[in-house]
Unconditional design. Structure first.
Length: 436
């Protein structure tokens, strides 16, 4: 069986679904292929859904700030009512603790440039605003079975607070919303379809063949396959000029009872905390509980995978103990449960922890990869970004020599899309976590 389309999107996670929606809105016939049984069933389902603005580049801050406005008007952004319900945004504010005094100055300067409100908090302000938190400086992060981990504080921390940050409580529902809106605009969502081959004919038209023998012919293919994106690139024969590579990385997020004083007296959620001093982040979960995740400190060996399908979805006792004990150091009243509770997922991570949104060396083949762990928040913008890129390149613009620019519709910032080029230079010491 053969289907004809204008564009094929490989992957129905939050990024692929956002891209499918915008391509369909532009009038293209879009086919979305996903190996799982539903939109957002892959790495998106393991996302903590944090919406924050601390990025190390102007473009990163600008699209995160633009995306917030999409989350605030999520129903309007979708333009379609999903019978399953509509995802919401929970505003909590986010405190990013400094590794050292002034460590966040470069990022807060970018917040000012983009127009993101923020506040500087000293240790006294932190203690007053988050009484459950110990503002002592304990870093750099150390293994929890080492003497360094138990050493006394060697000072007090400062931090920067962005009051408009927060999280999306149900990332899977948000993805379902995007996929349903894409279908409403004419896209076809084909599930349980694993891509087996990809080939391009003499007219530069792509044929994508799935595990059940379906052929889909299209002028444009967008690889948004998350942890499987490198595998899809290999099938298409692209990647020869990439300076940025991706690898699957297993991650865990754990749920524990909220420490006393973390939630405000009105019963709402506590603020979201990023703590590079100890190597963790914390956000509210359901009432009376918090999620604890890691920030990939150097002392913790990363769990790289050769095959994302081999990842164990169950949280491990060792990583649970590591992350939750660090959280207990920061929140002295946090009780450490006797057994791990949480989820494990697989991230698609680039060399510099920044995504690749780009064309490739083969005509009509585009990538939106390396997005896991740091791009869920940008789902309201990524579809527009990729549609703008595809429109320009398919109309003859050489994005490698003449980069495409995007004026963000809600905030008016202008971003150079070469910031996410596949051929960008990678620093000798690139960031090692999602707050890079």
């Amino acid at each position: 069986m053969t289907e004809s389309a204008d564009a094929v999107v490989v992957g129905a996670g939050v990024i692929g679904s956002s891209i499918a929606l915008e391509l369909a809105r532009s009038g293209r016939r879009v086919v979305v292929l996903d190996r799982s049984g539903g939109a957002g069933h892959g790495s998106t389902s393991a996302s903590s859904g944090i919406v924050r603005f601390h990025y190390s580049t102007y473009a990163g801050v600008a699209i995160a700030w633009e995306s917030l406005h999409g989350w605030l008007d999520w129903a309007g952004h979708l333009g379609h009512a999903d019978p399953a319900g509509t995802a919401g945004f929970q505003r909590t504010g986010m405190l990013v603790l400094d590794r050292a005094p002034g460590a966040s100055a470069r990022i807060t300067a970018l917040l000012d440039e983009v127009g993101v409100p923020w506040e500087s908090w000293d240790a006294a302000e932190i203690a007053a605003r988050v009484p459950a938190l110990d503002p002592g400086a304990y870093g750099p992060p150390a293994p929890v079975d080492s003497a360094a981990f138990f050493a006394d504080a060697h000072g007090s921390l400062t931090g920067s607070f962005t009051p408009d940050a927060g999280y999306v409580p149900d990332p899977s529902l948000a993805t379902h919303n995007l996929a349903e809106a894409a279908v409403h605009h004419g896209a076809s969502l084909l599930l349980h379809r694993d891509v087996r081959t990809m080939a391009q004919d003499g007219s530069r038209r792509w044929r994508v063949t799935t595990s059940d023998g379906l052929d889909v012919d299209a002028d444009v293919v967008v690889n948004a396959a998350g942890p499987w994106s490198s595998r899809v690139n290999a099938l298409a024969g692209v990647g020869s000029d990439f300076t940025v590579t991706t690898r699957p990385l297993r991650q865990e997020v754990h749920e524990v009872p909220a420490p006393r004083g973390f939630e405000p007296p009105d019963g709402g959620p506590g603020i979201t905390i990023a703590d590079p001093d100890l190597g963790i982040y914390v956000r509210s979960a359901r009432a009376g509980a918090v999620l604890v995740g890691g920030m990939e400190p150097e002392c913790d060996p990363p769990e790289w995978l050769d095959d994302p399908d081999a990842a164990d979805p169950r949280p491990t006792a060792s990583l649970f103990e590591t992350q939750v004990l660090r959280a207990a150091r920061r929140f002295p009243d946090l009780a450490v449960p006797g057994r791990p509770m949480g989820i494990a997922g697989v991230y698609d991570v680039t060399t510099d922890w920044s995504p690749v949104y780009d064309r490739t060396e083969r005509p009509g083949f585009y990538v939106a990869m390396g997005t896991s762990g740091n791009q869920f928040k940008n789902a309201p913008v990524v579809g527009v970004l990729m549609r703008t890129l595809v429109d320009a390149v398919e109309s003859g613009q050489d994005h490698d020599r003449d980069p495409v620019h995007l004026t963000l519709p809600r905030t008016g910032s202008v971003v150079d899309l070469s910031a996410w080029s596949r051929r960008r230079p990678v620093p000798d010491q690139p960031p090692t976590n999602v707050l890079g």
